[in-house]
Design a protein around this ligand. Sequence first.
Ligand SMILES: Cc1cc2nc3c(=O)[nH]c(=O)nc-3n(C[C@H](O)[C@H](O)[C@H](O)COP(=O)(O)OP(=O)(O)OC[C@H]3O[C@@H](n4cnc5c(N)ncnc54)[C@H](O)[C@@H]3O)c2cc1C
Length: 732
Amino acid sequence: MDMNRSKLILLLVISALFGLLFAFDLHQTLTLDNLREHREAIASWIDQNLLSALLGYALVYVLVTALSVPGATIMTLAGGAFFGNLYGLIVVSIASTLGASLAFLVARFLLRDTLKERYQDTIARIDRGIQKDGAFYLATLRLVPVFPFFLINLAMGLTAMKLRTYALVSWAGMLPATFLFVNAGTQLGQVQSTDDILSGSLLLSFVLLGLFPLIAKFVVGFIRRRKVYAGWQKPDHFDYNLLVIGGGSAGLVSAYIAAAVKAKVALIEKHKMGGDCLNTGCVPSKALIRSAKAADTMRHANRYGLESVPVKGSFKNIMNRVKDVVAKVEPHDSPERYRKLGVDCISGEASFVSPWELEVKHNDGRTERLTARSIIVATGGKPAVPPIPGLKDMQPLTSDNLWDLQEQPQRLLVLGGGPIGSELAHAFARLGSQVIQVEKGERLLAKEDPDVSELILKQFESDGIDVRLKHSAAEFRIEDGEKVAYCDYDGERVRILFDEVLVAVGRAANTTSLNLEGIGVDTLPNGTVPVEDDMSLRYPNVFACGDVAGPYQFTHAAAHQAWYAAVNGLFGQFKRFKVDYRVMPWVTFTSPEVARVGLSEAEAQEQGVAYEVTRYGLDDLDRAIAESEDYGFIKVLTPPGKDKILGAVVVGAHAGEILAEFTLAMKHGLGLNKILGTIHPYPTWNESAKYAAGEWKRAHAPEGILRLLEKLHGWRRGGKNTKALRSTYAPD
Ligand SMILES: Cc1cc2nc3c(=O)[nH]c(=O)nc-3n(C[C@H](O)[C@H](O)[C@H](O)COP(=O)(O)OP(=O)(O)OC[C@H]3O[C@@H](n4cnc5c(N)ncnc54)[C@H](O)[C@@H]3O)c2cc1C
């Protein structure tokens, strides 16, 4: 049976029950006066039929509470009046828990999916809170009898709380108030109204009781935090407020923030300030990609009415330019700059002695110990080299050593079809290497949607890259003086000849020299360290951010996390901020670029998020046409019929720049109408964001109103032919 039909049937059953209730005026039967009036008669009947009475009472109680009909309080008093304290308490506590659980399940079944669809972010946020502390909050709500019983049932049903937890906590939380009301029921003669039962001072006691779970939560948290430090001697005073290990993107931002708020901070870097991004990652790769783009332009100069020329140049010069670019950016991350900002920059390798103390082996051979209130691990990652037989003997290139290459590889084998492998494969191909790219999955850039991978594959193939999908590198050998890779493909062994192999199959977190095991911090199976929402490790004063923490391995993700690590490290005793990854953009700098923020279609499907797709082809954009770069597309995901951006991907020239508008809109809750209503200068690449919004608007045009307008205009023209040109609809 489909879901909607089941929901309809359930609604019909509930309506029928309500109908019966009202038809027989049962909702007016459950009053204190009625109870008192018929007490004798009911009591004498119960005396003769105790078991049936108990069962019948329990059944009515469950129905009343499951249907959220007013009367549960009177039913509870009746429980005490007719069955006494013990039986009354037992039957009421079981029946009320059963009824509450049924109401909870009904609310969940009827409404949760719809709410989840419409208010995805809010529901996800609530669910996270419920998962963490839901039992404590529920216990508080149950203990204080002023919170309406039926409302708690329905509201909790809309969350992700487990039924078992809900039933158990409800049962225990309701016990004190149940006891009070059942006991009051035993003295029904003295109860004039239900307000008599809850005197002011009694209510206050319940409120205090209700605070108990929250206090317990605080105490448990406090004890848990203290417990992790058992066995460690906290220093009496500290050398620093903050020690940061690693001078890459994450470490630099952490130290910068600490210095900006006047904390005493030291940054310990064992190699080069700037880390991967500056020295071996973003900066050199983007410099190389630019040279490759220039080569491509020369090779295809005829597109612009010029003479295409064979690309001649020295690879050495290209690599020297890459080095120059790095050198030019270097001062931004230099120790001199950071010292001026107030950061103590230390050249050395740090390892943990305790949660507050590091041992630093200075690069000049000295060793010293430094203490701090908080420590941030920002040690980044390194290229992972898989243990494929013979691979090490090939002296493989990685993003670490690639930049020292002096001679351009003739035949370059690239292992990996992710962002790094694809960016570098494309750059080398455009610079003239014969590139064979091997990927064991079914497509390149597997984190993106298949239409994105398809477009990139076509571009790569047209640029001469020999892309081998579903190929898994299995062995490397030297045969007749030639380097040979053997790959498994479709049950066969494929032989590939090459001159150099570049390995780009993922990155491993740098944790080996930190002595994390010495302070009892384990790493996750993927090698990163496990961080909490506030970026702390198992010690609330030790944090991690950047590639060593994951899950994103981007410079801007590292900087984003660093803010949380630094602020929580310095001010966490007062307030802790939880890292927010909801709007995390990224760009893969192939040509065309691939830029994404938010959900892809595949992710939306996986998470059960309903969505619509709006597409705009960049081949339509005047600027793209003027630059002979009229290819690629923008794809925006929105909830059906709602102006909210769930995700956007741009594939095209300048995609990274175009994406910024969608990122800003998502971050600040702006929809496509707002992008459409913003003036974009003509002719710019960014106009494409507006045109994508226009496509969305066109698809959501109010058809009924347009038909009326068509008639109105026809009538105003006085003519009979009322056909309007709706294709030019431009809501600006
Ligand atoms: C080829 C390539 C291209 C990339 N392109 C992009 C891009 O275009 N955009 C983007 O956003 N990201 C890109 N990235 C990813 C980006 O470089 C990383 O996400 C970023 O550098 C992570 O910063 P981090 O501070 O975590 O680590 P790192 O930059 O790796 O810094 C960690 C530092 O810690 C030091 N260290 C390690 N252990 C110790 C120790 N025990 N004591 C002292 N110091 C220690 C290391 O020497 C290193 O300098 C690219 C990466 C690569 C490899």
